[in-house]
Write a protein that binds this ligand. Structure first.
Ligand SMILES: Cc1ncc(COP(=O)(O)O)c(C=O)c1O
Length: 401
């Protein structure tokens, strides 16, 4: 069982995080001085160092749960990281120049990330999308100067395969064009290996027992797993995939949540395995999203809802464990789908009453902890010391002693 924790200052960009006692896998020490972000290199310097937030209302407090909010990257998702690394490295290596046309397939977030980096460097971008791309993402890409090419729905349901076919034909037809190929480019996982997971481990005071990651190209999960293996850390990676995705031996079927799963196995995912694979369906994703909104006041994207529902379904086996979930994007781009009661009923066949029942009620709190002033009282049942930003480490320790 998790012991009482103290709240310490130490998160180098976002103030305070809960800290478990250093009983196991203490790694690494907090940096003495917070790393400084460069502020003179434009929008790309704002990528990364996203907040790691401790949730205390989503599931019971016997599970220590942090979420990495990738929506707070400037382009709005985790895909800012590989987009920026793939293009910057290609420029540095002389593989592309100012006259190159970048061509990529994306269901949304990678397209926005690439539109951002290409816009910043003044490169042309053609993004191939399908009918599953969120309209708002496509509008953002266009607003950033990208040219959009749409493919029709494939008869066999392989949306990715159809988009990739079109990318290849465009690359053949357009001279001086470059396909970053997020589904095969090793810089995709590398951006997470050197960024996302490193930030998580630096910010946590103990190595998490579990890391939950939504998968499609598998770049995020793979990069994180590579870092964990490289540093011999025992965190188990739970790959969250969609029902209807063929990743990890799944069988093909309809899926409606963008960014989760694939209809064919991308080269990057070939032969990849993770400690656990957890499959969620479209409705699970909606339920996870709605529960996050009602319990944590956080509007998360569809795949993030799937990750949160995977955690919820495992809550009894996660007791006493420390878990981190990577949440790829925000719910603001899913208002017409995941957060629309009409869409949920007409597309997923679940009416509002049934949905409310699955989401469950938020636990009523006797008092609002955030309005308590002074030193917080430790409730006898409380497993964690509540947040109080005015406490020093020494004061926290005194309360706990
Ligand atoms: C919203 C969302 N979630 C999850 C993923 C999966 O990330 P990865 O491609 O790194 O496996 C993506 C990828 O596009 C995404 O857009």
């Amino acid at each position: 069982m998790i012991q009482q924790s103290i709240v310490v200052p130490g998160s180098y960009n976002h103030g305070y995080i809960h800290q478990l006692p250093l009983t196991k896998h203490a790694f690494p020490a907090y940096p003495e001085t917070p790393p400084r972000r460069t502020i003179d290199s434009g929008v790309l310097s704002a990528i990364g160092y996203t907040p790691l937030i401790c949730l205390n209302q989503y599931i019971d407090d016997r599970v220590q749960l942090h979420v990495k909010l990738e929506a707070l990257n400037p382009g709005g998702s985790a895909k800012d990281r590989p987009a920026a690394l793939m293009i910057t490295e290609a420029l540095n290596a002389g593989q592309i120049s100012q006259n190159t046309t970048i061509i990529e397939s994306s269901s949304g977030n990678m397209g926005v990330g690439l539109a951002q980096v290409c816009g910043y460097y003044g490169l042309s971008l053609i993004c191939v999308v399908d009918s599953k791309a969120q309209p708002q993402n496509v509008q953002i890409m266009e607003a950033l100067g990208a040219h959009i090419v749409r493919v029709d729905d494939p008869e066999d349901g392989d949306f990715l395969g159809k988009r990739l076919e079109r990318v290849q034909s465009l690359v053949r037809a357009i001279p001086d064009s470059y396909w970053p190929n997020q589904y095969a480019n090793e810089l995709n996982p590398k951006s997470h290996q050197t960024g996302t997971i490193k930030e998580i481990i630096q910010e946590m005071s103990v190595v998490p027992d579990y890391l939950f990651v939504a998968t499609s190209s598998t770049g995020t999960a793979q990069g994180c797993q590579n870092y964990l293996k490289q540093h011999k850390l025992p965190t188990q990676v739970v790959a969250v995939d969609a029902v209807g995705s063929v990743l990890f031996g799944g069988s093909h079927g309809p899926r409606r949540i963008p960014g989760l799963g694939t209809g064919c196995i991308p080269p990057l995912a070939d032969g990849q395995s993770f400690s656990h694979v957890k499959r969620v369906n479209d409705l699970d994703c909606v339920v996870g999203c709605r529960r996050m909104a009602s319990r944590e006041a956080m509007l998360v994207g569809g795949s993030a809802g799937g990750v949160m529902e995977a955690i919820y379904s495992m809550r009894s086996e996660l007791r006493g464990k420390s878990c981190v979930a990577i949440l790829h994007d925000s719910g603001t781009r899913y208002l017409d789908t995941v957060y629309s009661d009409d869409w949920v009923e007409s597309t997923l066949g679940c009416n509002l009453e049934d949905l409310k029942q699955r989401v469950g009620r938020r636990k009523q709190r006797k008092r609002n902890r955030y309005f308590v002033t002074g030193v917080p009282r430790l409730k006898s049942k409380s497993k964690f010391l509540e947040h109080n930003h005015s406490l020093t480490v020494e004061e926290s320790k005194q309360i706990l002693s």
